[in-house]
Design a protein around this ligand. Sequence first.
Ligand code: HEM
Length: 308
Amino acid sequence: MSGFYEDIVDAMNALHGAHPGFRAAHAKGTVVCGSFTPTPQAAGLSAAPHFQEEVPVTARLSNGSGDPEARDGDRRDGRGLAVKFELPDDGATDIVSVTLPVFFVKDAQSFLDFLHAREPDPETGEPDMEKLGAFLGEHPETAAAVQLILPALSPPTSFATARYNALHAFAFTNAEGETRYGRYSFIPEAGEELLPEEEIDSADRDYLEAEIRERLAAGPVAFRLEVQIAGEGDVLEDPTVAWPEERDVIPLGRLEITDVVENAETPESPLIFDPTNVTDGIECSDDPLLEARSKAYSVSIERRTAAA
Ligand code: HEM
C-alpha cells in the first residue's frame, strides 16, 4: 500500500535512483564511535542523562545524496553528522544534523512538492527551470532559504572541518522544571575549512571517507556541541528561518570521535538515527517536519532492511 510517506521516499528515489539496501537519503556514510563529555552548563539547561555525565556515542558521517556512489566533492550536496548518545540506563537519544544553515522547506507537503519540482526535464535531462521557478514563486520561504543554503553546499576538506546544524528547535527542561527552546550545532575543533575551488573537480570520488579514516588513525576528531537559545518572538516551528546571530549560545559538551566502526550495520540490526528520539529533559518542538521526518525515515528503514 502506498501512502504519503511512501510517496516522499519514492520521490527521493526518483531523484537519486533506488538503491536496494541503502538509505533513501545520506546513502553513503562512515560509522564512527567515541564519547560525549558534557560541560557544567549543560545540566543547567536540561536534566537529560548525557548532559550530566560522559557517555559513549556511535555516529555516522555522510553525504546528503541518496546515491551510494555519489562524489564526495559534489557541489550541490550537504553533508551529515548523526549522533547516537548511549545513555546509562541502556536507552539512547539522537541528534541528526547537516551542514546546511537552514532547511529548504517548512512542512512535508512542501518537501514532496520540492522533490517533484527538482525532477529533471525528461527530454533534456537538465533541471526544469519552469517547474522550479513555479515552486519557488509559491514558496518564498524556500527561495530565501536557498540563498543561505547554496554557499554551504561547497565541499569541505574533511568531515572534521565542517559545522553541522540540527536545524529544528527542541525544548530543554532542567531539574528545576525551567524550559527553554534551542537549536543544536556541532562546531569542529579543527576549524571550518572548504576544499579549494581548484581541487574540487580532481578530488577522489571517496576523498571524505578516505580522509576521515586517515585522520582518525592519527588521533581523535572533536566537535563542540552548542545550543542557540530562542529569543522573544523567534519562530520555533520553522527551520527555513535562521534566528538572529546575537542570541545566547550555551556550550553543551565535547563530542570526541576516536575510531571507525567497520560493518556497523546489517539488515537484521540496522543503525537508526531519528531526530524525534529524545530523552528525559528534551522534547520535540511543534515543528511539523520532525514528525514527518520520523515517518519518512521509517519507510526508508523498512525498505533498506527488507532489501537483503
Ligand atoms: C521532510 C524533510 C526530510 C525528509 C523527508 C528526510 C528524509 C530522510 C530519509 C528517508 C533518510 C534515510 C533514513 C534511513 O534510512 O535511516 C534521511 C537520512 C538523513 N537525514 Fe533526512 N530528511 C528530511 C530532513 C532532514 C533535515 C532537516 C536534516 C538535518 C537537520 C536531515 C538529516 C539527515 C541525516 C544526517 C540523515 C542520515 C542519518 C544516518 O546517517 O543514518 N534530514 N533523511
